[in-house]
Design a protein around this ligand. Structure first.
Ligand SMILES: [Zn+2]
Ligand SMILES: [Zn+2]
Length: 270
């Protein structure tokens, strides 16, 4: 059983209303022994006209609340302090200063935007064929993982696939091999890991993000650092389908995963 969930949101993120305590109780209930919160810090995220959402994190308030929870639940679960930082090419300097000024245990770097448009919006796909839209996303991600250094894990590597008009119906790794392989090689060279994001099981049905073929390829290329995260914004999604993810990873030949403490990976048997 995978006992560590390393991608969790609570009401400290702009797109969740779930109190941190509710997420923690759900995790304990699900048998988790380790939970790393990774609230959104998507600086300069373009405001959606109607929603008026701003993804900037009040990190001090989050840290204070995290410390209170860590103390309160210390006998029941190990809590850790993380962040999901949104890549945009003009934020390299900000990222370096930001991650250095808080005692994070883990930083997920995520590409949510391409040229200022969040790919979860239908407008991202307007006027583009699927292959072009997905390919453009991977190119943007490749640029980001090389530009930035202040992250430990690349978040939901094929995130764009969740939101395409046909999602993953016609999607396969082979069509993007060149750019995806380069992403994986660069991550490995830089000592960065990837996550197995089980929100894919919720949103796509049969695949995590990234998909099985990419997870397989990462391992073939020598990648060893993987984390597992539910990307839960509500209590019902905490540790979502972790048994299924564990079985899948073993079938792919993985023998261990990582959990992070003070930005260092600790290897744990699957
Ligand atoms: Zn994300
Ligand atoms: Zn997330």
């Amino acid at each position: 059983m995978i006992f560590a969930d390393q991608h969790l949101h609570s009401a400290h993120s702009s797109d969740s209303e779930t109190p941190m305590e509710v997420q923690i109780e759900a995790g304990i209930e699900a048998g988790l022994k380790y939970m790393c919160f990774t609230e959104h810090m998507d600086k300069d995220w373009p405001e959606v006209k109607d929603a008026g959402v701003i993804f900037e994190l009040d990190t001090d308030a989050y840290y204070k609340h995290y410390l209170e929870c860590r103390e309160r639940y210390k006998d029941r679960v190990e809590l850790r302090f993380g962040v999901e930082y949104g890549f945009q090419r003009h934020l390299v300097q900000h990222n370096t200063e930001y991650v250095g000024s808080h005692p994070f245990d883990m930083v997920i770097g995520s590409q949510h935007l391409v040229d200022g448009v969040d790919v979860y919006l239908p407008e991202y796909f307007e006027g583009m064929e699927e292959k072009q839209a997905y390919g453009k996303y991977f190119e943007a991600l490749l640029e980001s993982i090389c530009l930035f250094d202040g992250y430990d894990i690349c978040g939901h590597l094929d995130y764009v696939v969740r939101y395409g008009p046909n999602k993953n119906k016609f999607y396969n790794y082979g069509d993007y091999r060149e750019v995806v392989d380069e992403i994986l090689k660069q991550l490995i060279k830089r000592g960065k890991g990837i996550e197995v994001n089980t929100a894919g099981f919720r949103k796509l049905g049969d695949e995590t993000n990234p998909c099985t073929d990419i997870l397989k390829r990462y391992r073939e290329l020598g990648g060893e650092i993987i984390t597992i995260g539910s990307d839960a914004h509500t209590k019902t999604s905490v540790a979502y389908d972790f048994c299924r993810a564990g079985t899948m990873l073993k079938e792919l030949g993985y023998e261990y995963y990582c959990l992070f403490r003070n930005r260092f990976p600790v290897f744990v048997d699957l």
